[in-house]
Write a protein that binds this ligand. Structure first.
Ligand code: 5GP
Ligand code: MG
Length: 173
């Protein structure tokens, strides 16, 4: 039977998002665009932009969809762009936001596409980081939680399109 064990509850996530927004506000100022990676980053970015707003930051928000998993628990090793890179990034500073850095391929790919599309600067932010799983050299500028090699769901993050609605982050077994 499938079970989900809580890893970070709602309060822990909210506190960390609060701190992360402070870190971002200390490093980023002026006009910038957030590019949230779909689908996994959608809950995180919704919380993050509201806290950033309280820090006086008012980024515009764009979305970009990349896929590396399909319905499996292991990355296919190939990142696919579904749809287009938002053209609004041309000439602007960008903060690209994702749910998890695992092999490192997705965020590295997104950063490279955004630079190609003319972004003047790209910062990267992830809620969760699994450094032990890295297959390409990649370090995010802003990291919420560093976690072990476990498979997590909730707070926007799915397994085969389920569990995105959970308000907490849990380990699925
Ligand atoms: P990477 O390209 O860094 O290997 O993978 C990043 C993407 O893989 C994440 O954005 C996320 O969508 C997916 N991923 C990595 N680890 C997990 C996990 O533990 N659970 C889920 N549901 N997705 C994961
Ligand atoms: Mg993702």
């Amino acid at each position: 039977m499938t079970s989900v064990t809580k890893l970070y509850d709602e309060d822990e996530i909210a506190r960390r998002v609060e701190e992360l927004a402070g870190e971002i506000a200390g490093a980023v100022s002026g006009d910038f665009a957030i590019v949230a990676l779909l689908k996994g980053g959608f809950v995180f970015v919704a919380d993050l932009i509201r806290v950033l707003g309280r820090h006086g930051l008012a980024p515009t928000v764009e979305f970009m969809r990349v896929s590396s998993y399909g319905a499996a628990k292991e990355s296919s090793g190939k990142v696919r762009l579904i749809g287009a890179v938002p053209e609004e990034v041309a000439g602007r500073a960008v903060l690209v936001v994702d749910d998890i850095v695992d092999t490192g391929r997705s965020l590295a790919y997104a950063r490279d596409r955004l630079l190609e599309a003319g972004a003047s600067k790209v910062w990267t932010c992830t809620l969760l980081d699994k450094p032990s799983r890295r297959e390409v050299e990649f370090t995010a500028d802003f990291v919420g939680f560093v976690i072990e090699d476990v498979f997590v769901v909730g707070y926007g993050i799915d397994f085969a399109e389920q569990y995105r609605h959970l308000p907490y982050i849990g380990i699925i077994e």
